[in-house]
Design a protein around this ligand. Structure first.
Ligand code: NAD
Ligand code: DAU
Length: 360
């Protein structure tokens, strides 16, 4: 059995964070797991209802930019491990409002690094700061080009990826300058339950159900490398526990799909689940203006992670997507809560109008 740890997981009420929290709470009952999340529009405690009462889990609502709060939490909870997922995560939002991305993703990460550095100064042995980042920092690939790997140069294009790249550079800087024990991972596109329905896959599942248009940016030929979120959580577990200090890993499923093909597959799966005539929802496919600066292709070569730590994805794409479709169909109350005003009103009643406004 590993030694007991006091883990801080940031962004644990979001999509990937909630899977990571669930994974660690269940698998490591002897750990103390603190979820720090601001509960923005993307954070939802309903994502964690099944583990919220676990004795090894606790939650604090707070902002990763609040250095005083971070200092207090590190001291009071004797934090010895951080898994940092809190971020603004949606590219389209970053195009509309880049500043909040710089604040949370850059300054928030810097605050967390600083709090860890201060708390662990002179006692770095056994400590670990795991920064969860994205493959978007590497920019875009052309068809035929080799997939991204750990030595691919950074070339971010969107305000989102620029902010994540900046946060990665601060993580490397804290490793190289102050000796902070970090690991850094860059993962490809995740899918699965609890993903906020602004992202392509849940948006299309719900729109197919409601017979609403399926907006395809440009010609639908952009390529993403899709990985089930539970496979990402397992990779984080493997790397957090077993990677050497300072290592970087890219994570992905070698599972490249054109957007239009993903949407056609979703049409087939949802139509089957709803007993509709095969392909009847294809008529909902609607080509719309392209995303500004839309990266053509992402792909990951996770050979280092397979070789060093034996990780490989468990989910095939079609099986994982079918499970995901079934999850969204089986949880209309989650969808209703997150897409209606009920969610905003709940937070207003819990935390007051100012918090509810900040949460939007
Ligand atoms: P998400 O948007 O679903 O969740 C983000 C969470 O962070 C939310 O719970 C939100 O409330 C919280 N948060 C935002 N700002 C905060 C702040 N200032 N202080 C504290 N909490 C704050 O995001 P996600 O898709 O789950 O992504 C999680 C992480 O993984 C991000 O760092 C993202 O860059 C990275 N990532 C995501 C993907 C993907 O496909 N979704 C792929 C690779 C890497
Ligand atoms: O690659 C990892 C990244 O994947 C993460 O770092 C990001 O946090 C995450 O949001 C995701 O970014 P993408 O921009 O790739 O995901 P999104 O679901 O927004 O879009 C997937 C593809 O689908 C992309 O090429 C844009 C396209 N798209 C998206 C939406 C929302 C559409 O064609 N129509 C849409 O309505």
């Amino acid at each position: 059995m590993e030694t007991a740890r006091s883990l801080l997981i940031t962004g644990g009420a979001g999509f990937i964070g909630s899977h990571v929290v669930r994974h660690f709470v269940r698998r490591y009952p002897h750990y103390s797991i603190l979820n720090l999340d601001k509960l923005t529009y993307a954070g939802n405690l309903a994502n964690l209802e099944d583990v919220a009462g676990a004795p090894n889990y606790s939650f604090v609502r707070g902002d990763i930019c609040d250095l005083e709060l971070l200092r207090r939490l590190f001291q009071e909870r004797r934090i010895d491990g951080v898994i940092h997922l809190a971020a603004e995560s949606h590219v389209d939002r970053s195009i509309r409002d880049p500043f909040v991305f710089a604040r949370t993703n850059v300054l928030g990460t810097l605050s967390l690094l600083q709090a860890a550095r201060e708390a662990w100064a002179g006692a770095e042995e056994g400590k670990r700061f795991h920064h969860v980042s994205t493959d978007e920092v590497f920019g875009a690939l052309h068809p035929g080009e080799a997939p991204f790997c750990e030595s691919t140069p950074y070339a971010p294009h969107s305000p989102y990826s620029a902010s994540k790249a900046s946060s990665d550079h601060f993580v490397r800087a804290y490793r190289d300058t102050y000796g902070l024990p970090v690991v850094l991972t860059n993962c490809s596109n995740n899918y699965g339950p609890y993903q906020f329905p602004e992202k392509l896959i849940p948006l299309c599942i719900l729109n197919i159900c409601r017979e609403q248009p399926l907006p395809i940016y440009g010609r639908g030929e952009n390529i993403r490398d899709w990985l089930h979120v539970e496979d990402h959580a397992q990779a984080i577990d493997d790397i957090f526990h077993r990677a050497p200090d300072g290592e970087v890993y890219v994570i992905g499923g070698l599972n490249e799909w054109r957007n239009i093909d993903v949407v056609r597959l979703l049409v087939r799966l949802v139509d089957e689940e709803l007993g509709r005539a095969p392909g009847s929802s294809e008529r909902l496919i609607t080509y719309v203006s392209d995303r500004a600066g839309h990266d053509l292709r992402y792909a990951i070569d996770a050979a280092k992670l397979r070789r060093d730590l034996g990780w490989k994805p468990r989910y095939s794409f079609e099986a994982g997507l079918r499970d995901t479709v079934r999850w969204y169909l089986a949880h209309p109350e989650w969808v209703e809560q997150i897409t209606s005003g009920a969610y905003a009103r709940y937070y207003e009643s819990m935390y007051g109008p100012a918090a509810a406004a900040a949460n939007k």
